[in-house]
Design a protein around this ligand. Structure first.
Ligand code: FMN
Ligand code: SF4
Length: 489
């Protein structure tokens, strides 16, 4: 059923250019990304496919995944969000120690081989704060809640029993569990209610937590060491993940209320992202591409908008970043309540929709929703005299979409995530005048639902497209092929 006010849109028109038109097009023309020359302005942005090992190492599946994208000859591939810390992070790809470098080198080599050296390889570096699964009410009240005098006073008032004023933690918890839930909720503050209803989530403003307070000290060397490893592994560059729901985006956010010089004003919110960049540049040198992905608009009430993004972009360009990759939304602030036992997922609310829009949309539809924002940001950067390339993503579904964005001067590079997932060969097909063979993404986000469950991301269009007698490598459920079917020319 479609929510009232939403419309199911048709797929965008898909005009097939001739090989000659593609060859003369903007999208298939070269671009300099700092010291790196990309053969075309096509770009596969970061997408987590959940193929790393439980301990964060590269597996054969990771290698095969990126080699498959490279076979379609995009100008640049950005490897998925990769954790910079040396801490267990489940099957998230990691780069937080030198032992991860050889595996990552295998990915770089596989991309080079599959593309005959024609595709550039970047890796996205991420840091994130802790988020817990939504607990049961009994587990929260009886185990996780930290009793304070506020709870003791509330209990004493609610029960008329003054002995609670001096009760120990165990007695307070026990009493809270015994109270009717509605009455217990009355005794919780806003953050405690959020922890009960959504799962506890750390914020960059939690200065009472030493590891959060120390982020300005700990993050620059962590990002720098990760970038150095990326360079050693042979990547052409790194993309600092300053977007979506993660630590660095939260520093940039207007909701960042730190009062230690790293929050509040725009300049203070920019301070850590700039310091991280400076440390990364110092560790990698000028002949290595360093850029970031950040939000052209957080798309949440009270969050940063395009006016902030213009200032951020100009500052990053001034500092010497080699590219500015824009995204939109994807914040926890408006995420849907998860089921008990699940963690909140930042792509379930309105800002999540803006990040990965589907065909069930408002009247504007899902196509190129970020082009206007990107144009504003790029104009601001150019207006300050910088030529830093701007990368646009979001609802790019055709050659004409990309050409339109480039012709309008809204971006210098045009990224495509889901269409490239549906058909990693689509760039090559367009270049060869074979666009009629493109397997077109339906923009209904089956892949995103898999991402949410942290299971291997695949595309519904190629899942079952194989010979049962001689199946290709399959997902753990034994039903879905792990890479897109080959294009038989
Ligand atoms: C399965 C999946 C995983 C993603 N993982 C990441 C990620 O690791 N880092 C990131 O910045 N964006 C991530 N994204 C967002 C995409 O890079 C892109 O911005 C978004 O899908 C919109 O582009 P599109 O309309 O071309 O799909 C992911 C998207 C999908 C569908
Ligand atoms: S699963 Fe759906 S949205 Fe995702 S790439 Fe395939 S067709 Fe597109």
């Amino acid at each position: 059923m479609i929510t009232p006010g939403r419309i199911r849109h048709e797929l965008a028109p898909f005009r097939v250019p001739t090989a000659e038109e593609a060859a003369a097009s903007r999208w298939f023309s070269p671009v300099a990304i700092g010291p790196v020359r990309a053969r075309t302005r096509t770009w596969v942005p970061a997408m987590v496919p959940w193929r790393a090992a439980e301990d964060g190492f590269v597996t054969d599946r990771v290698v095969d995944w990126y080699a498959r994208f490279a076979a379609g000859l995009p100008g640049t591939i950005v490897l998925e969000a990769t954790g910079i810390r040396d801490v267990p992070s489940g099957p998230l790809l990691r780069i937080g120690g030198d032992r991860f470098t050889p595996g990552l080198r295998r990915v770089v080599d596989a991309v080079r081989e599959a593309s005959a050296g024609r595709t550039r390889t970047f890796i996205q570096l991420i840091d994130f704060l802790s988020i817990r699964r939504r607990p049961t009410a009994d587990a929260f009240l009886g185990r996780f809640l930290r009793p304070t005098d506020r709870h003791r006073q509330g209990l004493a008032a609610a029960t008329g029993d003054a002995r609670f004023l001096a009760a120990d933690d165990a007695a307070v918890r026990e009493a809270l569990v015994r109270l009717p839930l509605a009455a217990a909720r009355e005794l919780l503050d806003r953050r405690e209610l959020e922890a009960l209803d959504f799962g506890a989530r750390e914020r960059v403003g939690d200065l009472h937590l030493p590891h959060v307070r120390d982020l300005p000290r700990t993050l620059p060397p962590l990002f720098a060491a990760a970038a150095r490893r990326a360079r050693e592994a042979g990547f052409d560059g790194v993309e600092l993940h300053y977007a979506h729901a993660y630590t660095m985006a939260s520093f940039l956010s207007r909701t960042n209320d730190r009062d230690d010089g790293y929050g509040g004003s725009r300049a203070a919110r920019l301070r850590l992202p700039r310091e991280v960049y400076a440390a990364v540049r110092e560790a990698t040198g000028r002949d290595f591409a360093v850029g970031c992905r950040f939000l052209a608009d957080e798309a949440v009430p009270g969050g940063s908008d395009v006016e902030d993004a213009k200032v951020y972009a100009a500052a990053f360009a001034e500092d010497g970043m080699d590219f500015l990759s824009l995204s939109k939304g994807g914040r926890f602030d408006d995420a849907k309540q998860p089921a008990v036992g699940e963690a909140a997922y930042p792509y379930t609310g309105p800002s999540g929709y803006e990040c990965m829009p589907t065909v069930v949309s408002d009247a504007r539809g899902p196509w190129l929703r970020n082009a206007g924002l990107a144009a504003e940001v790029r104009t601001a950067v150019r207006g300050r005299g910088f030529t830093t390339p701007v990368v646009l993503a979001g609802g790019v579904a055709s050659f004409d979409h990309a050409e339109d964005v480039l012709a309008r001067g809204a971006a210098d590079v045009v990224a495509s995530a889901r269409q490239s997932l549906a058909d990693p060969d689509w760039f090559l097909k367009l270049e060869r005048g074979r666009g009629a063979d493109v397997r077109r993404c339906t923009f209904t986000n089956y892949c995103e639902a898999l991402d949410q469950r942290h299971v291997e991301v695949t595309c519904k269009l190629w899942d079952r497209d194989f010979d049962r007698a001689a199946p290709p490598p399959l997902a753990d459920d034994g039903r879905r092929r792990l890479v897109a079917p080959p294009w038989s020319v």
